[in-house]
Write a protein that binds this ligand. Structure first.
Ligand code: KIV
Ligand code: ZN
Length: 389
C-alpha cells in the first residue's frame, strides 16, 4: 500500500438516495445532478436500477450518454433479466459498470430468497460471469454483509472474484455495524480471501445507528479502497454515509488516512444545495460541512479566537467546500471584537473604547430580544446616537 492510495468515491445519490421515501427525481433533475457529480470528479456514479422501472432505465441511459468522465453504473439483481436491462441502459457509456448483488446473511437467505447458501453462491457466480459478458467493470455486493457469517463471505467473494468481479462491495445494509467490528470484518476478508488482491474492496454503510460515516472510515483504515456514499447522506430509512463527510474526513486527517480522493471539494456545497432543492429535503442547519451553521460562529470567545486566527475554532476552510466564507453570527453570545469587526466592515469608525462599550451595551439589549442581529439592525442602532462613517 502506497502513502497515497486512491480512494474511489462511488456516489449513489441517484439510486440509493432516490430510494429515500419522497425523494423521487425526474430524468432532467437526475442528469443535472450527474453532471454536477462529474464536474466534482466523482469516480463512479450509480445512476439507478435499470430493471426497477422504465423511468430508471431512461435516466441511466440519458446519464450514460451525457456524462463522459465518471464511470456510470446500474444496479442489477443477480438475475439474467436485470443484468440484460442494466447492460442495455449503459449502452453508449464511455465507462460502464454493472453492479450486481445478492443477499448473504442467514436471515435474508432463509426468509427473503428462500435459497440454500450453495444456491446463493452458484447464482452469484453466474451473475458475475453474465455481467462480465457485457462489460469489463463488474461490482459484486453481498447484501446484508454486516449480518453475514465471515466464513460464508470469504467463500462467496473468492468465487465472485474468480468469476470476474473487479470490485467487491461489503454493504452494512441495515446499519447494524459498529466501527471497530466493521473495520475488523474488512481486515479479515482482505487477509483470508486468497485472491483479495485481484479486486478493490468497497463499503456501503447505512445510517440506522448514526454510524455510517464512522463505519466507512473504519473500513478505509482497514484497507477498503472504495466508499459508497450520497450527497447530504440521502438514502433508505436513516440514509447512507454522507459523501461530504467522508471526503472531508480523509482530506482533513491525512495523518490518519493513507488515501486521497480526486474530488474538487469546492463543488460540495453547490451540489448539496442542488440535491436539497430537487428532492425538497432541507439540510439541517447543524449538518457537518453543508449545514448553514457548519462554519458559523456566535459565541464571543469563538468569534474572538477566529478573528485572531481562524484555526483556533476551524479545522477546514469554508471556501474549500464551496461556501463563500465563514460567518460571524451576531447574537446574545457574541463579543465586542466580533461586533467591532462587523461595524468596521459596514464602514463605521468606532473611535474609542467608551464608544464601543456604549454600542455594545445597546447591541446586547437588542440581542436579548432578537435571536440574530442583522446588518439592518446595526445600521438602526448606530443611527440612533452612534458614531458616523
Ligand atoms: O444497502 C444495500 O445493501 C444496497 C445494495 C444493493 C448495495 O444498497
Ligand atoms: Zn444501500
Amino acid at each position: 500500500m502506497s502513502a497515497t492510495d486512491h480512494l474511489v468515491i462511488f456516489d449513489t445519490t441517484l439510486r440509493d438516495g432516490e430510494q429515500s421515501p419522497g425523494a423521487s427525481m425526474t430524468l432532467e433533475e437526475k442528469v443535472r445532478i450527474a453532471t454536477n457529480l462529474e464536474k466534482m470528479k466523482v469516480d463512479v456514479i450509480e445512476a439507478g436500477f435499470a430493471a426497477a422501472s422504465p423511468g430508471d432505465f431512461d435516466a441511466i441511459q440519458a446519464i450514460a450518454q451525457t456524462v463522459k468522465d465518471s464511470t456510470i453504473c446500474s444496479l442489477a439483481r443477480a438475475t439474467d433479466g436485470d443484468l440484460e436491462r442494466a447492460a442495455g441502459a449503459l449502452k453508449g457509456a464511455n465507462r460502464a459498470r454493472i453492479h450486481t448483488f445478492i443477499a448473504t446473511s442467514p436471515i435474508h437467505m432463509k426468509y427473503k430468497l428462500l435459497m440454500e447458501p450453495d444456491q446463493v453462491v452458484e447464482r452469484a457466480v453466474h451473475a458475475v460471469k453474465t455481467a462480465r459478458s457485457y462489460v469489463d467493470d463488474v461490482e459484486f455486493s453481498c447484501e446484508d454483509a454486516g449480518r453475514s457469517e465471515v466464513d460464508f463471505l470469504c467463500r462467496i467473494i473468492e468465487k465472485a472474484i474468480d468469476a470476474g468481479a473487479t470490485t467487491i462491495n461489503i454493504p452494512d445494509t441495515v446499519g447494524y455495524a459498529i466501527p471497530e467490528q466493521f473495520g475488523d470484518l474488512i481486515k479479515q476478508l482482505l487477509n483470508r480471501i486468497p485472491n483479495a488482491d485481484k479486486a478493490i474492496f468497497s463499503v456501503h454503510c447505512h445510517n440506522d445507528l448514526g454510524l455510517a460515516v464512522a463505519n466507512s472510515l473504519a473500513a478505509v483504515s482497514a484497507g477498503a479502497r472504495q466508499v459508497e456514499c450520497t450527497i447530504n447522506g440521502l438514502g433508505e430509512r436513516a440514509g447512507n454515509a454522507s459523501l461530504e463527510e467522508i471526503v472531508m474526513a480523509v482530506r482533513t486527517r491525512p495523518d490518519l488516512f493513507s488515501v486521497s480522493t480526486q474530488l474538487d471539494t469546492r463543488l460540495i456545497v453547490p451540489t448539496s444545495r442542488l440535491v436539497s432543492s430537487v428532492t425538497g429535503f432541507p439540510v439541517q442547519p447543524n449538518k457537518a460541512i453543508v449545514g448553514a451553521n457548519a462554519f458559523a460562529h456566535e459565541a464571543g470567545i469563538h468569534q474572538d479566537g477566529v478573528l485572531k486566527h481562524r484555526e483556533t475554532y476551524e479545522i477546514m476552510k469554508a471556501e474549500d467546500v464551496g461556501w463563500h466564507t465563514n460567518r460571524m453570527v451576531l447574537g446574545k453570545h457574541s463579543g465586542r471584537n466580533a461586533l467591532k469587526a462587523r461595524l468596521e466592515e459596514l464602514g463605521y469608525v468606532i473611535g474609542d473604547e467608551h464608544q464601543l462599550m456604549n454600542v455594545f451595551g445597546r447591541f446586547k439589549d437588542l440581542a436579548d430580544r432578537k435571536h440574530e442581529i442583522f446588518d439592518e439592525d446595526l445600521h438602526a442602532l448606530l443611527s440612533e446616537s452612534g458614531p458616523k462613517t
